[in-house]
Design a protein around this ligand. Structure first.
Ligand SMILES: Cc1ncc(C[n+]2csc(CCOP(=O)(O)OP(=O)(O)O)c2C)c(N)n1
Ligand SMILES: [Mg+2]
Length: 554
């Protein structure tokens, strides 16, 4: 039989495929759209095979940034992170092979599923399991190990059976009696509060939670990544009276928000000792952490919120808008907002954080994605920069990991390019935070992603010193002995990192220069830009009733 008639009949008995092609096809079958990485021996062929199938491959400058980018894609698209690592050849195991390391064991601690396929034929089902594990239940990263000798090994194409794309995660609901109890606890609340966490954003619960807020007229507070599930400028958002709201609430409903350090563990003195928590979470292990909840609602946050809404549809209830609680919260919000405004209106130079963020906020497009990292930069920025839409903020989060910003911004810009080309990505970086993955500016320029990077430059970690002080200080001894560990080189021209790769750079010192550079970079959709914003090196946060999020200063 001739080759052509074999092909016509679709007979693939002679056809060979490589391990790399099988990995790529299995990923494609599971709906993977984007791959981030750095290639080298032995995984280059996997990236090439993936590109051949239409999976987008984005080559990064550092694996950490690649992982941050992929994890942000997971958050934005609902398809969490799958890490694929090349490992040494199986035949050389325990012999001291090139880069031999117990990768599967090492990753087990940090992932929901970590495994190496036993053969090329086993790759598709293993990848299906890894993708499924990453999105079912509480989402999380999974690891698949591909030994070097698998990559180029050829096998008969007929021997490979691809596994259908896994089904979307099944939706779970809370027990009806628990839902009734939660509704009754809420109805009896004197000083209620809803806390909207990242879990709510991930669960796409914006419509149902928004409805609950509106229908029952309840005050709400977003966690950093919960910002935008209900718009920050909603009249029921009490972010500006955060400490007060937490401290005096008698019933708190947590929607996908953990009682970890960000929420002060749910304990006094930040809370009333007898505050009743209603926890809504997809992860059973979260329920009861640090505080015994009054009601635990286990399930998909969107589905459970709808269950709660049903209760309030059956027997309507509204928290009275004229209550003393609302009055107290409104007064506190007013005085806190006035204090921030006063700081923002300071015209002295160098600028302070509040002035900088006030001007940025004035110009931000409503639907932009805000990425942020740093300590003061992130914490103060979060209070001033508003989010109006869910999943439009990506920051260093609970771990406070510096270095995530550029990877997150790259992921957001890639998703925007495909799904919402008009959308802008604004990445607000502390000068120290920027240094962790600054070389990804080259990646940004290579893929021509019109990200606007803002480096809030105070010459250091939390704070630095001015050029004059730095120079004087060096008279006292060698730099390693006399320079404060928090200091970085004063007046660094970070914008030149951007111009080095062909993007646009701005060095700004005044509000006017800041406004102009923002206007220009927002108008320019053809290239990325970096605005290096010089601020007072000793600028800090306004006085707080309680320090919150100051752990990121550790
Ligand atoms: C991976 C990692 N390393 C170190 C730290 C400690 N750390 C916390 S915030 C921060 C940088 C803060 O400085 P900057 O980004 O300039 O923001 P600023 O507070 O000066 O505005 C560092 C290094 C961390 N959180 N994560
Ligand atoms: Mg700094």
């Amino acid at each position: 039989m001739s080759d052509s008639s074999l092909a016509e009949r679709g007979d693939r008995s002679e056809e060979q495929v490589s391990g790399a092609e099988v990995v790529a096809q299995a990923l494609k079958t599971q709906g993977v759209e984007y791959m981030f990485g750095i290639v080298g021996i032995p995984v280059t062929e996997i990236a090439v095979a993936a590109q051949g199938l239409g999976i987008r491959y984005i080559g990064m400058r550092n694996e950490q940034a690649a992982c941050y980018a992929a994890s942000a894609i997971g958050y934005l698209t609902g398809r969490p992170l799958l890490v694929i690592g090349g490992s040494s050849e199986r035949s050389q195991e325990t012999m001291g092979a090139f880069q031999e390391f117990p990768q599967v064991e090492a990753c087990r601690l940090y992932s929901k599923f970590s495994a190496r396929p036993s053969s090329i034929e086993a790759i598709p089902s293993l990848i299906e399991k890894a993708v499924r594990s990453s999105i079912y239940g509480c989402p999380g990263a999974c690891y698949v190990d591909i030994p070097a000798d698998f990559v180029n090994l050829q096998v008969n194409a007929n021997s490979i059976k691809y596994v259908e794309c896994c089904m979307p995660p099944p939706v779970s609901m809370a027990e009806t009696s628990a839902v009734c109890m939660a509704a009754s606890v809420l109805r009896n609340a004197k000083q209620p509060l809803l806390i909207i966490g990242k879990g709510a954003a991930y669960a796409h619960a914006e419509e149902s939670i928004g409805k609950l807020v509106e229908q029952c007229k309840l005050p709400f507070l977003p966690t950093p990544m919960g910002k935008g599930v209900v718009p920050d400028n909603h009249p029921n958002c009490v972010s500006a009276a955060r400490s007060r709201a937490l401290q005096f609430a008698d019933v708190i409903v947590l929607f996908g928000a953990r009682l970890n350090w960000i929420l002060h563990f749910g304990l006094p003195p930040r809370y009333q000792p007898d505050v009743k928590f209603i926890q809504v979470d997809i992860r059973a292990e979260e329920l009861g952490n640090n505080v015994r909840p009054a009601v635990a609602l286990l399930g998909d946050i969107n589905a459970v919120t709808k269950q709660l809404l049903e209760q309030f549809d059956k027997t309507p209830w509204q928290y009275p808008p004229e209550s003393t609680w609302w009055k107290t919260l409104r007064e506190k919000m007013k005085s806190n907002e006035a204090a921030s405004k006063e700081l923002a209106s300071k015209i002295s130079l160098p600028m302070n954080y509040y002035t900088v963020f006030y001007h940025i906020q004035e110009r931000l497009p409503r639907d932009c994605v805000v990425v942020s990292e740093g300590a003061n930069t992130m914490d103060i920025g979060r209070t001033v920069l508003q989010n109006y839409l869910p999943r439009h903020r990506l920051d260093a989060g609970t771990f406070g990991t510096m270095g995530v910003g550029l990877g997150f911004a790259i992921a957001a810009a890639i998703v925007a390019k495909d799904r919402n080309p008009e959308q802008r990505v604004i990445c607000v970086e502390g000068d120290s935070a920027f240094g962790f993955s600054g070389m990804e500016v080259e990646t940004i320029c290579r893929y021509n992603l019109p990200i606007i990077l803002l480096v809030v430059n105070n010459n250091g970690i939390y704070q630095g010193v001015d050029a004059g002080t730095w120079k004087e200080m060096l008279n006292f001894g060698e730099t390693a002995t006399v320079a404060p560990p928090l200091s970085l080189l004063p007046n660094s021209h970070y914008e030149q990192v951007m111009t080095a790769f062909g993007g646009k750079g701005y060095f700004v010192q005044t509000p006017e220069e800041l406004q102009k550079s923002l206007r220009q970079s927002l108008a320019d959709t053809t290239q990325p830009s970096l605005i290096n914003i010089m601020i007072e090196p000793q600028a800090t946060r306004k006085a707080q009733d309680f320090h919150w999020l100051t752990r990121s200063n550790i």
